[in-house]
Design a protein around this ligand. Structure first.
Ligand SMILES: *Cc1c(COP(=O)(O)O)cnc(C)c1O
Length: 387
């Protein structure tokens, strides 16, 4: 069986977890602090705050900005449902706009059309690790005085060219970027998330809110020679990462450049295996973007049935996934008529599939995937020619 994804975890991560377990400090502590420093250094962000996962990183971002009822947040429906749910957690209204079918990312022109006096923020997703058009979105957000949050769940190790230099996603370019370390992403801590920002006040708020609104973190109280009484300054949450996860995360970060370069090679090889197939649309990087290739999504030729192709590949031991979901079609959102046209989002969900990609994928396995998909599509083409 060729899986859709596979994390690369080895002795280094196991040893790091073991050391954390034996250290006597397993909740948020010195390993979390070190992971935050390592991550901030890697992406070039002034501040990084580790949390339990990216869903609550997004919630924390909105909570720290005091976004709430009556506020609108523009985002893509074409994303994992957590992107929309975090807006609902705050009582704010998600306003869905369509994507650019070339990159599967939010279309800045559609964002511009959706801005109203109630718009407080845009959550722009770097979908499947492909950087979205940050230059256009930053300009737009500045012009309208709205906040830009990056859902960078999939985008650790992706890069974007800004003024001639390659920046890491997370630098940050908007006000806040949120990352995930779920095993489906490029690096993992089992569950985990990170917020980066250049704003010291926001970082302070994240730290307060992730730990019950406590004025003094545990680790400070623990290390103090003076008796400290803490205060609870706001209604906070328990959104902490554990030191066991952070210790694993630090080892994963060391691997990140290697993981991304292997994925980039695999994506290039898919291009060679599938490039010349009539009607098959391959993902392509704009010249200002370098994807970490968290996922590899191909658009199927017209009239090819997505489910049939996926089932046939599965029967041959190859796992695939349908295109990224659309939140506006799911129960929590389906009873509201979308304000804006979402045709490209729906087409992308229904007419594309994600192919297996992971750093340790062998050339042979990749060729098997490429050949199986070509055979399947060839059969469709022959059927149609016969009609
Ligand atoms: C995975 C993902 C999330 C959620 O991340 P978790 O760490 O699993 O909570 C949010 N947004 C996008 C775009 C994702 O792909």
């Amino acid at each position: 069986m060729i899986p859709i994804a596979l994390p690369l975890l080895a002795e280094e991560e196991a040893d790091a977890a073991r050391a954390a377990v034996l250290s006597g400090w397993v909740s948020q502590g010195p390993q979390v602090a070190a992971f935050e420093r390592d991550f901030a250094d890697l992406v070039g962000a002034p501040y990084a705050c580790a949390v339990s996962n990216c869903t609550i990183a997004l919630h924390l971002a909105l909570a720290a900005l005091e976004i709430g009822p009556g506020d609108e947040v523009i985002t893509a429906s074409h994303s994992f449902i957590a992107t929309a749910n975090c807006i609902r957690y705050c009582g704010a209204t998600p306003v869905f706009v369509d994507i650019d079918p070339g990159t599967y990312n939010i279309d800045p022109n559609r964002v511009a059309e959706a801005i109203t006096p109630r718009t407080r923020a845009v959550i722009a997703v770097h979908q499947m690790g492909m950087p979205c058009d940050l230059a256009a979105l930053v300009t737009l957000a500045e012009r309208h005085g709205i906040i830009l949050i990056e859902d960078a769940a999939c985008a650790a190790g992706s890069q974007i060219r800004v003024d001639g230099d390659w920046d890491c996603i997370g630098k940050p370019h908007g006000q806040i970027a949120c990352f995930s370390f779920h095993p489906r992403k490029v690096i993992t801590t089992g569950e985990g998330g990170m917020l980066t920002t250049a704003d010291a006040k926001l970082d302070h708020k994240f730290r307060l809110l992730r730990q019950h609104g406590m004025s003094v973190p545990d680790i400070v109280r623990h290390g103090s020679s003076q008796v400290i009484f803490e205060d609870y300054l706001v209604v906070g949450f328990n959104y902490r990462m554990t030191d066991i996860q952070a210790a694993v995360g630090r080892k994963q970060l060391e691997r990140l450049p290697e993981l991304v370069s292997r994925r980039r090679a695999i994506a290039a090889r898919y291009g060679e295996l599938l490039g010349n197939f009539e009607g098959l649309r391959l993902p392509a990087e704009p010249d200002w973007a370098r994807s970490n290739w968290q996922s590899y999504c191909v658009g199927l030729p017209d009239r090819v049935d997505q489910r049939t192709v996926m089932q046939s590949l599965l029967d041959q031991g190859i796992a695939t996934r349908r295109g990224i979901m659309c939140s506006h079609r799911e129960a929590p959102y389906a009873n509201e008529k979308p304000r804006h046209d979402l045709q490209q989002s729906e087409l992308a969900q229904d007419h594309s599939i994600l192919l297996p990609i992971y750093a340790q994928m062998s050339k042979e396995d990749q060729e098997r995937v490429g050949c199986a998909l070509r055979r399947e599509l060839q059969a469709y083409a022959l059927q149609q020619a016969a009609r």
